[in-house]
Design a binder for this molecule. Structure first.
Ligand SMILES: Cc1cc2nc3c(=O)[nH]c(=O)nc-3n(C[C@H](O)[C@H](O)[C@H](O)COP(=O)(O)O)c2cc1C
Ligand SMILES: Nc1ncnc2c1ncn2[C@@H]1O[C@H](COP(=O)(O)OP(=O)(O)OP(=O)(O)O)[C@@H](O)[C@H]1O
Length: 143
């Protein structure tokens, strides 16, 4: 039976940290779906620069990804109910509460575990493994 994994995030200006997360998520199962956050739902940090459809299209083009889809506007559990995954892979630094997600999955009758991915170790001192850092560097060097 196919083991389906869901990863999710903003993915505004893709970098090797994203690739690491998605490769690790893909290795948790056989098929990887990625839910790309709607711009209006990214409210815990600065709004993304790139439109949601562009962020989705770039993630969809990555080798580890079987399908990238835009998230639901209001209820983040709607795409999860549709895909019915075996695993939800959370990023190493994501602010979501694993136990709360597990409780909601159970409440909706979904049999799915929540696993954390690891952080990418820098392979070079000058690697920029965060969208925020890339934007800061652009502002410093091109202002
Ligand atoms: C299990 C799960 C499902 C999500 N589904 C959606 C969704 O359907 N629509 C959406 O706009 N965002 C969705 N999100 C993303 C959140 O809205 C939030 O913006 C996202 O976690 C941003 O993460 P980042 O800061 O790591 O990029 C989901 C997050 C999680 C953990
Ligand atoms: N360096 C990294 N190593 C491993 N995973 C990462 C890394 N950077 C981001 N991710 C993961 O990628 C997913 C999407 O992250 P997000 O789009 O918020 O990127 P970000 O670069 O961390 O953004 P920002 O710098 O704006 O906070 C999250 O699950 C996050 O944990």
């Amino acid at each position: 039976m196919t083991k389906t994994v869901i990863a999710q995030g903003t993915f505004d200006i893709v970098h090797p940290g994203h690739v690491h997360y998605l490769e690790e998520a893909a290795a948790m199962g056989d098929e990887l779906y990625v839910i790309v956050a709607r711009t209006a739902n990214v409210d815990h940090k600065e709004s993304p620069i790139c439109p949601a459809t562009q962020r989705r299209d770039v993630v969809d083009a990555l080798e580890a990804v079987d399908e990238a889809i835009l998230g639901h506007e209001e209820d983040i559990f709607v795409p999860i109910e549709e895909i019915d995954p075996d695993v939800i892979a959370l990023g190493h630094d994501q602010h979501h509460d694993d136990a709360q997600i597990e409780a909601e999955l159970e409440r909706r009758g979904l049999e799915c575990t929540v696993q954390r991915a690891s952080a990418r170790e820098s392979v070079a001192d000058d690697e920029l493994l965060s969208t925020r850092l890339i934007i800061e560097r652009i502002l410093e060097q091109r202002a």
